[in-house]
Design a binder for this molecule. Structure first.
Ligand code: 26Q
Length: 821
C-alpha cells in the first residue's frame, strides 16, 4: 500500500474503498456493477465530504466561540476549477484514494476528468480569489469568501472554421457534490423604487427607501479545505430567487405580465457571469448583480456580528474587514452606510467612521476602459437611496479637498466621485479609495503606477493608504497536484514540506548543475510533454513531437497581452524556414489557449488568425515539422493544469505598464518553464528572484513605453524600417492563409498601422525576435537549459499565495491565526 502523507487523516485504503462503495449505494443510488464513471466520481466526492463536513462544523463552531476577527473577501468571481484533487491533497489522502479506486477498477486521473470546472470567473482576478481562499484556510485564518452562485459560468468555447463560438457552461447540470444549500440564511434584497424624506418632530430628517421590488438571495456554501490544517472555511455564493414578496396582488388582478416580470428579474440576477474582462459594459443587470451579492453578504456579516455584539457597533471595525476584489463590489460601501443609518439609526459621522475602517480595496488594472463608471441615471433608478449617500460622501469629501487645496477646482474635478459631462457618471475607483482604509496594487511596479498615474492626488492626500501586495498562487494546485512527477522528485530530493513552505524550494539550488538531478528533472518534463502530446492529439488532431520546444501562451485574449506579437513572430519564423529549410533552428510547438470576450471584435479576429496560420503551417511539408502551431479550444483551469507542467517557454509578453501582475507567469516558472517576457507586472519580481540570466527578457520598459508614446510613436516607421515586419504584415493581406479569401486576416494589420498600434507591438518585435533566438540557441545546450529551469523552480518561493496572504495580514487585515480543535 502507498504511504499516506505524514499529516494525513487516518483513513486506510480499505476504509476508503468501503466508503466509496457505500456512497455508491446510499448517495448515488447505484452499485459497483452498473455504476457509470460519473457515479464513481460522485461516490468518491461523497466519501471525501464525509471527512470534510465534520471539520467544517468544527471550524465554524470554533470561529463563533472565539469570536475572532475575520476577513470577508467580496468578489464577483471565484475561478475554482475542479475540487476533487485539491480536497484529497489537502487531507493528505490523494494516494490512498487513488489506490482505493485502483483496487475498485478505476484510475483516479480518469475519474477526475468527470468533474466539470467551476468556472465562476473570467481569468486572473477570479483565479486569484480562489488561490487566496485556499491559502487563508491553509494558514488557519478565519475568512469567508462571498460571491455569486452563477447558474452559468464563463462560456464554453468551441472553434468552428477557425472562429470562436460561445456555448453556455452548465457546471451544475448533473448536480454538484461540493456545495451545501443553506435556506435558513436566506436574505431579502430591495431594488428600485423611491426615497421618501420624513420630517421628524424634532426637526431632523429621516430617509425611507420604498423599494419597487424585492428579490431573495439563497446561500450555497462550498467548504474550503485548508492544506494539512484542520481549518475548513467557506465560500458562500448567493443565488437569486423570486421573493415571497412576489406581487401576488398584481398577479391576481390580472397584471400577469408584471408579476412575471418580477419573477424573471429575480431569477436572471444570478443566471450568468459577465464574460468581459477589463472592459466595462455598463449594463443594468451587472449593477443589480453587484448590489445583490453585496447586500446579501453585508446582511450575513451583520447577522453574525449581532449574534456576538448585539446593537453595539463599536466593535464592528475591530471584528470585520471587508476586502473588495477590484471595484466590482464597491456598492457595499454606500450599502453599509445605508444599513447603519437607515436601519440601525447611527448618525453619519459614526457610520462613516466604521465604514472607512472596515473596507480595503485591491486594484487589478490601470487600463482606462476597465475602470468602472456607472451612469448616475442608472443608479438613481436601481438604487436611489445609495445615490443620495454617494452624493453626501462626495460633498463631505470635496470639503476635505478644498481644505487641502483651497480654491483648486481642477483638483476637485479630478477627484470628485462624479464625472461631470454629457452623461454624468459615478467613478467607482474614486469611491473605493475614499471609502477604504487601504488600497493595494498586485505587484510592485503596478502599485507604484497606482500611486503615480492612477490616483496621484489621492496619494498626495493619504500616502499611508497605498500599499503593495504582490500576487501569488497556491503551490498545492499549481505544483503538487498538477505536476506529480516533478513534485515527487522535489520531495525525494529536499523533503516534502515545501507545499506549505514554498521557500524551502531554494534547497534545490545546489542540485541545479548536478547531472543526475538535471536528468531526472528533464525526464519529468519530458513525460509531462508526452502526456500533453496525447491531449493535443485528442483535442485538435494535431501531431506534435515532445522533442520540440513547447512554447505556451495561455491567458485571456487582449490586445495589451499581445498574442498577435507572438503570431507575427511565428509568421517570421515560418518565412525564414521557407527561405532556408536548413536554418539552424530547434523545432518549436507554439501553444495558445485564450477566450475572447464575445463582443471584442479584434480579439476574435486574432483567434481566427492564429487558427488559420496554424492550419497552413501544420500542413506545410516544406518546413518538415520544425514548426507547429496549436490553438487549444476552451482554455480553463483544468486545461491549464495540463499545459503548465509541460511548458518549456512561458510567454509573458504584455506591453510594459499594462499587465498589473500576471499569475500564469508564476505558475509556469514554478513548474520549470523559462519566461520569455517583458519587464512588466510580476515578471520584474520573477526576474529578481530567478535571475535575468535564467529568463529571456525583451522589449521596452515601463519608462521607455511612456517615452515612446510621449515622443509620438509611429508604427509605419517600423513597417517601412524592417523588411521582415513589412513582409509578415503584407502576408496577412493575401489569401495565403485563407485560400480564396484575400484580406480575411487583415484586421490585425489595420489595427497596427491605421489603428496606431496602441500596445507597441511593432516597436517590440525585433527585440522579441532576438530573445527567441537566444532561447532557441540555449535549448540546444540541454544542460544549460536544465540548470536554468531548476533555478526557476528553486527560486519561486516568494510567489506562493501563502506569502501574499501573510502580506495582506501584516499590511492590511491584522488577523490572528485560529487553530481548530
Ligand atoms: C467589469 C465591468 C463589467 C463587466 C466585467 C468587468 C470585469 C471583469 C473582470 C473587469 C475586469 C475583470 C478581470 C480583471 C483581471 O482578471 N485582472 C487581472 O487580475 C490579475 C490578478 O490580480 C492580475 O494578475 C492580472 O494582471 C490582471 O489583468
Amino acid at each position: 500500500a502507498p504511504a499516506a502523507e505524514g499529516f494525513a487523516l487516518d483513513v486506510s485504503v480499505e476504509q476508503f474503498k468501503e466508503s466509496i462503495v457505500r456512497n455508491l449505494n446510499t448517495t448515488l443510488g447505484t452499485d459497483a456493477e452498473k455504476a457509470s464513471d460519473k457515479a464513481w466520481w460522485g461516490a468518491t466526492a461523497a466519501a471525501v465530504n464525509e471527512l470534510v463536513f465534520s471539520r467544517l462544523s468544527q471550524t465554524q463552531k470554533t470561529h463563533l466561540n472565539k469570536d475572532t476577527r475575520a476577513v470577508h473577501y467580496l468578489s464577483l468571481e471565484f475561478l475554482m476549477g475542479r475540487l476533487m484533487g485539491n480536497n484529497l491533497q489537502s487531507l493528505g489522502l490523494f494516494e490512498n484514494a487513488a489506490q482505493a479506486l485502483k483496487e475498485l477498477g478505476h484510475e483516479i486521473t480518469d475519474l477526475a476528468e468527470e468533474e466539470p470546472d467551476m468556472a465562476l470567473g473570467n481569468g486572473g482576478l477570479g483565479r486569484l480569489a480562489a488561490c487566496f481562499i485556499d491559502s487563508l484556510a491553509s494558514l488557519n485564518y478565519p475568512a469567508i469568501g462571498y460571491g455569486i452562485h452563477y447558474e452559468h459560468g464563463l462560456f464554453r468555447q468551441t472553434i468552428q472554421q477557425g472562429r470562436q463560438i460561445e456555448r453556455p457552461d452548465s457546471w451544475r447540470e448533473y448536480g454538484n457534490p461540493w456545495e451545501i444549500c443553506r435556506p435558513e440564511s436566506t436574505q431579502e434584497v430591495p431594488l428600485f423604487g423611491y426615497v421618501e424624506t420624513v420630517f421628524e418632530n424634532d426637526g431632523s430628517l429621516r430617509k425611507v427607501w420604498h423599494p419597487g421590488s424585492v428579490i431573495k438571495g439563497v446561500p450555497w456554501d462550498i467548504p474550503i479545505v485548508g492544506y494539512k490544517g484542520t481549518t475548513v472555511n467557506i465560500l458562500r455564493l448567493w443565488e437569486s430567487r423570486a421573493s415571497e414578496f412576489f406581487d401576488w396582488d398584481a398577479f391576481n388582478a390580472g397584471a400577469y405580465k408584471d408579476a412575471q416580470g418580477e419573477q424573471n428579474l429575480a431569477e436572471t440576477v444570478s443566471k450568468v457571469l459577465y464574460p468581459n474582462d477589463e472592459t466595462e459594459a455598463g449594463k443594468q443587470l451587472r449593477l443589480v448583480q453587484q448590489y445583490f451579492f453585496c447586500a446579501c453578504s453585508l446582511k450575513d456579516i451583520m447577522r453574525r456580528y449581532k449574534r456576538a455584539h448585539g446593537d453595539d457597533f463599536s466593535k464592528y471595525a475591530e471584528q470585520i474587514v471587508i476586502q473588495l476584489n477590484d471595484t466590482h463590489p464597491t456598492v457595499a460601501i454606500p450599502e453599509l452606510m445605508r444599513v447603519f443609518m437607515d436601519e440601525e439609526g447611527l448618525n453619519w459621522e459614526d457610520a462613516w467612521a466604521i465604514c472607512q475602517q472596515s473596507f480595503a480595496y485591491t486594484n487589478h488594472t490601470l487600463l482606462p476602459e476597465a475602470l468602472e463608471k456607472w451612469p448616475v441615471y442608472l443608479f438613481e433608478r436601481v438604487l436611489p437611496r445609495h445615490l443620495e449617500i454617494i452624493y453626501e460622501i462626495n460633498r463631505r469629501f470635496l470639503d476635505e479637498v478644498e481644505a487641502q487645496w483651497p480654491g483648486d477646482d481642477a483638483k476637485k474635478i479630478k477627484l470628485s466621485l462624479i464625472e461631470e459631462g454629457a452623461q454624468r457618471m459615478i467613478r467607482m475607483g474614486n469611491l473605493c479609495v475614499v471609502g477604504s482604509y487601504k488600497v493595494n496594487g498586485v505587484a510592485a511596479v503596478h502599485s507604484e503606477l497606482v500611486k503615480a498615474d492612477l490616483f496621484p492626488e489621492f496619494y498626495e492626500m493619504w500616502p499611508e493608504k497605498f500599499v503593495n501586495v504582490t500576487n501569488g498562487v497556491t503551490p498545492r494546485r499549481w505544483l503538487k497536484a498538477c505536476n506529480p512527477r516533478l513534485s515527487s522528485l522535489i520531495s525525494d530530493t529536499i523533503g516534502s514540506d515545501w507545499p506549505g513552505q514554498l521557500d524551502k524550494l531554494v534547497a534545490l539550488k545546489p542540485y541545479a548543475d548536478k547531472a543526475a538531478f538535471q536528468k531526472k528533472y528533464m525526464q519529468a518534463k519530458r513525460e509531462n510533454k508526452l502526456e500533453l502530446v496525447n491531449t493535443i492529439r485528442e483535442l485538435t488532431g494535431v501531431e506534435v513531437s515532445p522533442d520540440a520546444i513547447f512554447d505556451v501562451l495561455i491567458k485571456r485574449l487582449h490586445e495589451y497581452k499581445r498574442q498577435h506579437l507572438n503570431l507575427l513572430h511565428i509568421l517570421a519564423l515560418y518565412r525564414r524556414l521557407l527561405e532556408n529549410p536548413n536554418m539552424d533552428f530547434h523545432p518549436m510547438v507554439f501553444l495558445f489557449g485564450a477566450k475572447a470576450a464575445p463582443g471584442y471584435k479584434l480579439a476574435k479576429e486574432i483567434i481566427f488568425a492564429i487558427n488559420k496560420v496554424a492550419d497552413r503551417i501544420n500542413n506545410d511539408p516544406r518546413i518538415k515539422d520544425k514548426l507547429k502551431v496549436v490553438f487549444l479550444p476552451n482554455y480553463r483551469v483544468s486545461l491549464a493544469e495540463k499545459l503548465i507542467p509541460a511548458a518549456d517557454l512561458s510567454e509573458q509578453i504584455s506591453t510594459a505598464g499594462y499587465e498589473a501582475s500576471g499569475t500564469g507567469n508564476m505558475k509556469m516558472a514554478l513548474n520549470g518553464a523559462l519566461t520569455m517576457g517583458t519587464m512588466d507586472g510580476a515578471n520584474i519580481e520573477i526576474a529578481e528572484e530567478a535571475g535575468e540570466e535564467n529568463m529571456f527578457i525583451f522589449g521596452l520598459s515601463v519608462d521607455e513605453v511612456k517615452e515612446t508614446k510621449a515622443k509620438g510613436y509611429n508604427p509605419w516607421d517600423y513597417y517601412y524600417g524592417n523588411p521582415e515586419i513589412k513582409a509578415v504584415l503584407d502576408w496577412l493581406d493575401t489569401d495565403y492563409f485563407t485560400p480564396g479569401e484575400p484580406g480575411a486576416l487583415s484586421a490585425i494589420k489595420r489595427s497596427l498601422l491605421d489603428g496606431g498600434d496602441p500596445y507597441l507591438v511593432l516597436a517590440d518585435f525585433e527585440s522579441y525576435s532576438e530573445a527567441h533566438k537566444r532561447a532557441n540557441e540555449m535549448y540546444k545546450d540541454q544542460k544549460a537549459w536544465a540548470k536554468s529551469a531548476i533555478l526557476n523552480t528553486a527560486q519561486m518561493g516568494k510567489f506562493t499565495s501563502d506569502r501574499s496572504i501573510e502580506d495582506y495580514v501584516d499590511r492590511i487585515w491584522s488577523l490572528k491565526k485560529c487553530d481548530v480543535k
